[in-house]
Design a protein around this ligand. Structure first.
Ligand SMILES: *Cc1c(COP(=O)(O)O)cnc(C)c1O
Length: 383
């Protein structure tokens, strides 16, 4: 069975984790800040706050931006549920913006229309969370222009996107956003087993996210409300969580980060190989914007009908190729239907979902695999 994605672990990764096990700190030691600084420097951004998952990163990002009851957060329906759930954790209301039917990314035109209507009814969002599906950047310049005009904040869900760039800026630079989040789940571009990080250029947001990550507790005398009572003393200033990343995770992440450009190059080469193989067959690939470099987390193709997609899905699975579908629209999840969303709310997203198929793509794949997968696919399509 060829999976749709998988981690790549080498001896250096294993040694890095074992070294931590033999060291003084399993948590709250030097590796987490080193990992944060390494990613911040890679992204040309000032701060990184590492946590135990991208889901936690999205949650503390919303909290730091003061998302609470009576606030609205908008995201894309074509994403993993965590992009929307983070707002619900804060007691806010979630709504969605329909996608561009070619990319599956949040459509700036749909966003502009929805904002214009929301402005009339005083129901503008506090935060918008664009998701870079496949690692292909959304049209951030257009979204950032709307953010200035309507006064909302932006969290980029770049769970798929580390190592990519948009308009010459690294994804994670926060050039067009307040906060950018990466995931280090094993199927993503680099892994820390579980893990995530929130990047920002704003001191205040970084400080608040660091507080929310660890129980709302500070040991910094400058931030204390009462006199410092001694070295044992700490203060709880907010209701925070235990979302900390361990030293083991950070060591693995740091070791993986050294191979990030290799991972991204491999993924780009494999994506090119797929494009060459599938080009002639009037198969539509989900491609990045010309002004961006994608980390190519996912290779998604679009087939003409849901029935046809189902047939090809089954045939590929039976042939040992673990194709997948990313994603079932979040607003159609039973939990969201129960909140009042319905079929037909976001027609482009629903249509996109019915057409898509994710093909295997990860650095351990070789061009022979791509050729075999493409040949199978073309045969099944032709039959
Ligand atoms: C994987 C993923 C997440 C959640 O990441 P975790 O690190 O598993 O919490 C959030 N958003 C998107 C788009 C993802 O793909």
């Amino acid at each position: 069975m060829i999976p749709y994605g998988r981690q790549e672990i080498n001896q250096a990764d294993i040694d890095a984790v074992v070294d931590v096990l033999k060291s003084d700190y399993l948590t709250q030691g030097p590796k987490v800040p080193a990992f944060e600084q390494a990613i911040a420097s890679l992204c040309s951004v000032r701060f990184g706050v590492a946590v135990n998952s991208a889901t936690s990163a999205l949650h503390i990002a919303c909290l730091a931006l003061d998302v609470g009851p009576n606030d609205r957060v908008w995201t894309s329906p074509i994403t993993f549920v965590a992009s929307a759930n983070c707002a619900l954790y804060c007691g806010a209301e979630v709504d969605f913006v329909d996608v561009d039917p070619r990319s599956g990314n949040m459509c700036p035109k749909a966003l502009a229309i929805k904002l214009e209507q929301a402005a009339k009814t005083a129901t503008l969002p506090k935060v918008v969370i664009p998701v870079h599906l496949c690692g292909h950047s959304c049209d951030m310049a257009a979204i950032a222009t709307l953010a200035k005009h309507y006064g909302f904040s932006i969290i980029e869900d770049a769970s798929h996107g580390i190592g990519g760039s948009y308009n010459g800026y690294p994804i994670g630079s926060c050039k067009y956003s307040d906060i950018t989040v990466f995931s280090f789940h094993p199927v993503k571009i680099i892994t820390s087993a579980e893990g995530g990080i929130a990047m920002t250029n704003c001191d205040n947001l970084a400080e608040r996210m660091a507080l929310y990550r660890s129980h709302g507790i500070t040991k910094d005398t400058h931030k204390m409300k009462r006199p410092d009572e001694g070295d044992w003393y700490y203060e709880q200033l907010e209701l925070g969580f235990n979302y900390r990343m361990t030293e083991l995770q950070a060591a693995l992440g740091l070791s993986q980060l050294e191979r990030l450009s290799f991972f991204v190059e491999s993924r780009n080469e494999l994506a090119c190989a797929y494009a060459k193989q599938l080009d002639s067959h009037n198969l539509k690939l989900v491609l990045p914007l010309p002004i961006s470099l994608s980390a190519w987390h996912l290779m998604i193709i679009r087939l003409p009908t849901p029935q046809f997609r189902r047939k090809i899905f089954d045939q590929m699975r039976n042939a040992g190729i673990q194709v997948h579908v990313h994603y079932f629209p979040v607003h159609l999840q039973p939990y969201y239907l129960q909140k009042g969303f319905a079929v037909g709310n976001f027609p482009q997203a629903e249509r996109f979902y019915e057409q898509i198929l994710t093909l295997p793509l990860y650095p351990g794949l070789v061009s022979n695999d791509v050729q075999r997968i493409s040949t199978l696919l073309k045969d099944f399509i032709a039959s």
